[in-house]
Design a protein around this ligand. Sequence first.
Ligand SMILES: [Zn+2]
Ligand SMILES: [Zn+2]
Length: 127
Amino acid sequence: MVTTLLLIAVGITACVLLWFGCRLVFNKRPPAAEKPAIRTCPLCFSTLQHKERLYSIVFSEIGSARIIHIHGCPHCSTGALVRKCPVCKRILQTDDVVAARMTFKEKEKGVHVHILGCKACSTFFAS
Ligand SMILES: [Zn+2]
Ligand SMILES: [Zn+2]
């Protein structure tokens, strides 16, 4: 139980880094011209407000990359919204997660996240 909570806490921290990293990587404009960042949940495409975080768990480390399991956001993790796999578009069941590979980009000082897919379309879940 404590381990689960710890993993969730680590996951939330990772998500903060993740979205901050994406902003650095994808937004090349100077900060002065920058509009407030609009973040979307990769599973339900809900727009996330500043305080809303994705729920994810750091699952394992492969070399310098980390595999994370994304559960969703505050809007879809409760089952209120339909969650779809961003790769195969399959509708996810309540306990389904989507795997992603998170790598740290030292050059941009950010985090890059590559969505691998769900258990139906990603070979990651087969191992
Ligand atoms: Zn969502
Ligand atoms: Zn899928």
